[in-house]
Design a binder for this molecule. Sequence first.
Ligand code: NAD
Length: 637
Amino acid sequence: FGSHNLRSLAYAVVTAREAGIPDHGYELQMLYGMAPAVHAAVRRLGFRLRVYAPVGELVPGMAYLVRRLLENTSNESFVRRRFKEGAELEALLAPPRADPLPELDPPSRPEATDPAAAGEYQHEPVAEWRRAGVRSAFGAAVERVKLGLDVAAFIDGHPVGTKTSIVSVDPGDTAREVAVSASCARAEADAAIEVAQRAWPAWSRTPVPDRAAVLFRAAEWMRARKADLAALQVFEAGKPWKEADADVCEAIDFCEYYGRQALRLGAGAVESPPGETDRLSYRGRGIAAVIAPWNFPLAIPTGMVVAALVAGNAVLFKPAEQTPAVASGLVSALKAAGLPDGVLAFLPGVGEEVGSYLVEHPDVSVIAFTGSKAVGLGIVEAAGVHRSGQRHVKRVIAEMGGKNAIVVDADADLDQAVPAIVNSAFGYAGQKCSACSRLILVDSVADELLRRLVGATRSLRVGHPREMGTQVGPLIDADAHKRVLSYVELADDEGTVFFHDDDVPSSGFYVGPTIVTDVSSRSRLATEEIFGPVLTVLRASTFEEALALANDTDYALTAGVLSRSPARIEQAAAELRAGNVYVNRTITGAVVGRQPFGGYGLSGVGTKAGGPDYLLQFVDPRVVTENTLRQGFAPGE
Ligand code: NAD
């Protein structure tokens, strides 16, 4: 037992004795020069003591010694309290009080119906899993999730059945059906467009504070059902608890943030000289089609839908085929928040059918899409064609994929680097557009980092996300499973499979974390988006070469650098070609209003989600200039 803590040592000794282990059957270990009085005391009691000294590099060694020193000089220390404060032995020997963490009151928020009092935007706090109450509440929500749901389309506020349907299954246990959803075709799309045409003018004239209030009420609705909304994602999207909770928080954030942004839009943007009034205002563009992915099944659709709505558009929302039940939660939230019926249609269906029909429809003027590069580029192309009866140029906001790199500098703090890389590469099984899929190591640090990285990756728990301890869940569907496995096979041809966990459950679409080395920078593994837990490692002889490798991609979504050199951090921040650059941390987990998110290059077109410019993409700006000089007004109206 290695400890300088007397209470821990006493506990270990008693436990060993209770287990029938003789006192000479183990040894105690203490550091040379640390707490010699304790060394003497345990020797006097007849225990075997090994006194050791750490051997190795100076910097990690210093960190190690400082940690030990802090432990042994703590104000709570047994020794200090006895000898400095004269505490009674009785009190010191009493079992420690298990102080349960107090339950926290949720932060008070202003009444959602009063946008004027909305106050500053506050990020929705993620669950604090260290609190027992939070864990058991979430566990209960996971246990009570209702599956076998029926998800209808919604047009003009009414559920609509369709001829065909889509089944969503639990990707972690494919025998379990989560929902059967409607599958809309042209007929439903046409009906929804007709309703939207009628509903849009009144909605676009609705005062902005009233539109914003709908978003604030929707946020409140989601907040009150946070655990249930997240628990459904555990089954329909295969999200581990932490990721599912974060997704719902982000959805709430989008409502709170865009509601406030709408209230500020354009305020004070133009000046009026004497004798003239100039007013800049923004009007919704008309009908927006929102086409969403499954990987942030509530947050991403919420962001796109509520931005379009609060900017004064009617919305046709097509969720991903894999997650219709989660997406329908957004429709319920907005309905409960009092959104007028015709303003939002919910059109689950097949992307290539109803999705592309919406894209091409002459009455749709904005398309907000998040998904793959191939589909995004197809949408940009289709939207560029002018069709008969179309009185606008379609605007496309397309957030697409990435092939994101983390660069590890020679002097990086590996204690910090390893968890940052593991979380970025394998969180949600690598199914985040922001995930790290290329790791670029400066040669001198490569071997040591890889050794530690493999250890940390091996310890990840792969399994069904209904278990709280699961860190890596399944891939979303059979196609993804097949595709990612094909890259794992390819890794043998293109490089070396340095680590692959094949001890995964067979009940679902699981692929274990995989690390591939010795690949060329132009190989498929190093250039194609895999969207799974496969990390490709490249080496560089200098930091400059590492940055050049990181930038050698068509995408420009996220990138990271791990370094302790201020000059090289500055260089990387300036030179890494990515919409979001992260320094000495994970490259995933952008927060609305703090890290506006989105890429350029072939990662996307349009400005950043969760940022101050986002709403401008959904509006037409108008300026009204009035001559107020020598103006006699006519009496009457
Ligand atoms: P996907 O492109 O296959 O599907 C996205 C949506 O497009 C779905 O609703 C789908 O039904 C629809 N669709 C498919 N074909 C269509 C067509 N021809 N016309 C219109 N709509 C069509 O993507 P996915 O598998 O759902 O999501 C994963 C991809 O999304 C990854 O490439 C990932 O990087 C990307 N992504 C990007 C961001 C970002 O912010 N940049 C965020 C999340 C996901």
